[in-house]
Write a protein that binds this ligand. Sequence first.
Ligand code: GLU
Length: 279
Amino acid sequence: MPGRLAPTPSGHLHLGNALAFGAAWLSARAVGTTLLLRMEDLDRGRARPEIMESQREDLAWLGLDWDAEVPPQSLRSYSLAGLDVYRCDCPRRTRLAGQCACRDANKSEGACCFRVKPGGVAFVDRARGAQCWEPEADPVLQRADGEAAYPLAVVIDDHRDGVDQVVRGADLLEATAVQLQLYDAWGWRPPTWLHVPLLLGPDGRKLSKSHQSAELRALRAAGFGPERVWGALRPAFGLAPARSCRLWDLIEEFEAAKIPEGPFEVGEEGRLSVRGARA
Ligand code: GLU
């Protein structure tokens, strides 16, 4: 049963993506499991074909290969059959603030929201151990224009692609609770979960498109090679620091249970370093 690399093609890959995809690759390769590449390009406004190509190039540069690329999400269809959903036409802000009354309004227009079950959802994270997260609000599963939203697509795809190990950033820990309720609603066996620490920029914010100096192509242009990237990321894998490290050597040392909670902070522009973030 495979693992997967599931980038969202809305921006070039950065050090945080290298950590998450590196962990997904190591977790699969360490036990001889196959790995799929799946482009999560549902957000058509932001997903761009040239970014997909740049992401494939960055993955290859890092040495992260995959056995097959499955069709991108924009070419797949997603059904809500069997789920307890309701329509909601409120702005996102109203919904997130818990000020929306659509749950009991039986509307016929708007986005389809999942009626989450109250209470915490327990699961085991391979690094963090026992977890219990409560979904914050009823998530949108299908937008008003009929387009599937992330929680619906990721669960259906992981199930139909046969994925049995999910490895991703800690920003998705809470999303796991909703995803497990979807697995449960369909009676599907969930995958195992591993969430890697978040990497923050020098400004203390989660790495994103605005941190261009942490993009892999910027590091490459600055003369750093992939072995320096893996060396810099070692503390975030829970391994002793080293200036440089080969991906194949990481296989020997990689252990999901060693991965710390983080978060970690990347160095200022032009410096390739990752260290524990100050609380
Ligand atoms: N496509 C998502 C991302 O790039 C990952 C989703 C997941 O791993 O569940 O953040």
